[in-house]
Design a protein around this ligand. Structure first.
Ligand code: G4P
Length: 531
């Protein structure tokens, strides 16, 4: 048993979040490089896939079979076993991106130093906050002209509502980037441009009190500024408090340049020290401790294979406790079935391998003949508990679906319901009618194309999508309210989800507040319950 404990305790499972182009891929590549998982950075994944035009996307997915956008990368570093959950770029942005965060124990937020907090970071950050997981900030691209450091920290605090604690501090930026000052050791690590593919850079470490050495390395102007900033910083910034970090109330901040490989390893080392081992998870029988329970897992993502010839799906599970043994039978709780998981696999850098065992903290993908749903629990045959469901995240784009050939009604309903069950889209109905009028909601617009493509190719049904002007959705959470009596704004629409739960759509954010004002007692939620 102690072996299992050791294995679990050396695991670190985190997601990287950022706005596209902030440098997430580059940073991941460098992590892998330090882990020795690849020889040359640059081969992590088809980075270009995130940037392909929508039309290319289908071809890419077909070629790839199972999407690599779902990448979970595992590598070893300094006796840690690290699982990185990749969150796809803006073209691929979907509810899956949010769900991926449900499987992580912490998040690394990459911010472009010249842009600050951007839209996508803000969205993903909300989910991290909801889960109270630790968040680490890497401010990237210091080799380019950056915003003022204090302003960057201020922006994170104000926009995201989290306290910041700089672990290191940049000295200049762009052409004048000289390195970083490490606050704990009171030393300056000088910048060296270590290009792609090599680990070692020519850096010097200088004690900040050794003024002569400092002067000769960074020059008078940078030295003066640094000393002034250190004084300000020590007086003004939050104290480092590991407890607050682990609760997600304080984010440690690091500066560096992923491209030139500066500050990446320091970040990785600190991060591994400060982040958490696999976290316990809530189930209906209480908290399940990773090292106390035998194997259990939950499904957080289902990926349909776009290849028509193999209409199979992969269910991605996060192992929450114990050790997974591919030879043993497990129970799918929601299906009430004891079974052996088929072709369990793990993605390692750009490889996929069938595995025999895995531990709490790991992510495995298994062949799914169509039995799993998002949020399902898998445990040992003798056990019987369910993990808390994964919330339904608010879609931001809506369209009415028009079926072109009304004779194919059955295929249409089957197709759209199945695609919705996989969680790629959400479907809704007019409040007072049934399935004859379907409204589809997505988190990222690319999903509209995915829906159209899949209905045509897999179900032989053609549709037309009419965009609707709504952008905000709220679930009505009070059960006892008279739905017909709700008086809303002119841009409000009442709909229901597949389970009959009532929802409201709005075109403008301010209408939500007005509707709440006009209907005393009305309770609205941004996330739905997926149970
Ligand atoms: P993403 O996954 O977050 O979308 O970002 P990605 O790593 O793909 O980086 C986006 C662009 O920013 C890339 O340039 C990359 O080389 C560059 N970049 C990443 N980190 C740094 C950094 O620390 N400094 C500088 N100066 N640039 C950085 P690109 O020209 O779009 O792609 P490529 O032609 O270099 O592959």
């Amino acid at each position: 048993m102690s072996d299992i404990k050791t294995e679990i305790n050396r695991r670190r499972t985190f997601a990287i979040i950022s706005h596209p182009d902030a440098g997430k891929t580059t940073l991941t590549e460098k992590f892998l490089l330090y882990g020795g998982a690849i020889n040359l950075a640059g081969s992590v994944k088809g980075k270009a896939t995130a940037r392909h035009a929508v039309s290319d996307w289908m071809e890419i997915e077909k070629e790839r079979g199972i999407s690599v956008t779902s990448s979970v990368l595992q590598f070893e570093y300094d006796n840690y076993c690290i699982n990185i959950l990749d969150t796809p770029g803006h073209q691929d942005f979907s509810e899956d991106t949010y769900r991926t965060l449900m499987a992580a124990d912490s998040a690394v937020m990459v911010i472009d130093a010249s842009k600050g907090v951007e839209a996508q970071t803000r969205k993903l950050f909300k989910v991290c906050v909801m889960r109270h997981i630790p968040i680490f900030t890497f401010i990237n691209k210091m080799d380019r002209d950056a915003n003022d450091t204090f302003d960057l920290l201020d922006e994170i605090e104000k926009e995201l509502g989290i306290a910041t604690c700089p672990i290191n501090w940049p000295i200049g930026s762009g052409k004048g980037f000289k390195g970083v000052y490490d606050r704990r050791s009171r030393s300056v690590i000088t910048y060296s441009d270590t290009q792609k593919g090599t680990k070692e850079g020519e850096t010097s470490i200088i004690n900040v009190d050794d003024r002569e050495a400092l002067l000769s390395h960074i020059g008078e102007e940078a030295e003066d500024k640094l000393l002034e900033e250190i004084e300000l910083l020590d007086g003004a910034s939050a104290e480092f408090d590991l407890d607050l970090v682990q609760k997600g109330d304080l984010t440690p901040v690091f500066f560096g340049s992923a491209l030139t490989n500066f500050g990446v390893e320091i970040f990785l080392q600190h991060f591994l020290e400060m982040t958490t081992t696999p976290l316990p998870r809530k189930a209906d029988i209480g908290l399940i401790e990773p090292t106390e329970h035998e194997f259990s897992a939950f499904v957080f993502k289902i990926q349909a294979n776009m290849n028509k010839a193999h209409r199979d799906r992969i269910a991605f599970m996060r192992i929450c406790s114990g050790r997974f043994d591919a030879a043993k039978e497990v129970k799918h709780v929601q299906g009430n079935k004891v079974m052996r998981l088929s072709q369990p696999q793990q993605l390692m850098a750009n490889d996929r391998k069938i595995l025999d065992e895995a531990y709490a903290g790991d992510i495995i993908g298994v062949f799914d003949p169509g039995i799993f749903s998002i949020g399902d629990t898998i445990c040992m045959p003798k056990d019987n508990f369910r993990y808390e469901g994964i919330p339904t995240f608010a879609p931001e784009h809506f369209a009415r679906v028009k079926q072109l050939d009304t004779m194919k009604r059955k295929q249409f309903v089957k197709g759209i319901t199945q695609i919705a069950q996989e969680g790629a889209i959400q479907i809704f109905q007019e409040f007072n009618t049934g399935m004859e009028e379907i409204i589809v909601g997505v988190v990222g617009v690319l999903q509209f194309d995915v829906l159209k493509y899949r209905l045509e190719n897999e179900y032989n049904v053609e549709i037309r999508l009419e965009n609707l002007p709504y952008e905000y959705i709220r679930w009505i959470t009070n059960k006892d309210i008279d739905l017909n009596a709700i008086s809303g704004t002119s841009d409000m629409k009442k709909i229901k989800d597949l389970k009959g739960n009532p929802l409201l759509l709005f075109s403008h954010e301010w209408s939500i507040g007005m509707t709440l004002d006009r209907n005393k007692g009305l309770e609205l939620a941004e996330f739905g319950k997926n149970e």
